[in-house]
Design a binder for this molecule. Structure first.
Ligand SMILES: [Zn+2]
Ligand SMILES: [Zn+2]
Ligand SMILES: [Zn+2]
Length: 196
């Protein structure tokens, strides 16, 4: 039997040999055989786990690193009911401790992932494939939840707003319309504009 996949445009099952859907004509992403999930660091086969809230993720039995699919990541972080804990506020602004700069492959497609500081200010460096998900080394999920529990998302949002304000002001001085832009900054609901 020939292998099929779902066309991402019309949803019909089509043979994987096509790069363009023969039914709707939509252009398709390059087909990749699903990889057996293995740890990008130890190459150990990953084990499937289910969180308290039913979300699935995969864990390396050796290094306890976690693979989290893109659709699941927000639920495991932002949507997670976390208790606020005291004593750590403000400590997340320091620059992250960067390990040796090492890029690791995506568990799904095998392409090297990007390294990024979660929410820019958390200091937790996560590895991300934009299309498939994120890799968290042991302890990073706890750090992220801790960051969130201590108001990290609000802090990140405030900072993003400040960055945008600064950018608008910078523009204003360039075009010499300061008075006008002051009004814009005042009336514009930046929070809604950025995050609504
Ligand atoms: Zn199609
Ligand atoms: Zn591992
Ligand atoms: Zn990927």
């Amino acid at each position: 039997m020939s292998k099929t996949r779902k066309c991402e445009h019309c949803g019909k099952d089509i043979n994987v040999i096509y790069n363009v859907c023969p039914i709707c004509g939509g252009e398709l992403e390059e087909y990749l055989d699903p990889l057996p999930p293995e740890c990008p660091r130890c190459k150990e086969p990953l084990e499937l786990h289910r969180g308290d809230d039913g979300q699935e993720y995969e864990m390396c039995p050796r290094c306890s690193g976690l693979w989290i699919d893109r659709e699941v990541f927000p639920a495991l972080t932002r949507g997670h009911p976390v208790k606020r804990q005291g004593g750590y506020r403000g400590t997340y602004r320091k620059t992250p401790d960067r390990g040796p700069l090492e890029y690791i492959p995506c568990v799904r497609c095998g392409k090297l992932m990007n390294r990024k500081n979660f929410k820019r200010i958390s200091g937790v460096i996560i590895d991300e494939c934009r299309r498939h998900g994120v890799w968290l080394d042991a302890g990073e999920l706890e750090k992220i939840r801790h960051f969130i529990a201590n108001g990290g998302l609000e802090m990140a949002m405030e900072r993003e707003i400040e960055r945008n304000r600064a950018r608008i002001r910078e523009l204003a001085t360039k075009v010499d319309q300061t008075a006008f832009t002051q009004k814009v900054i005042h009336f514009w609901n930046l929070k809604r504009w950025l995050f609504g």
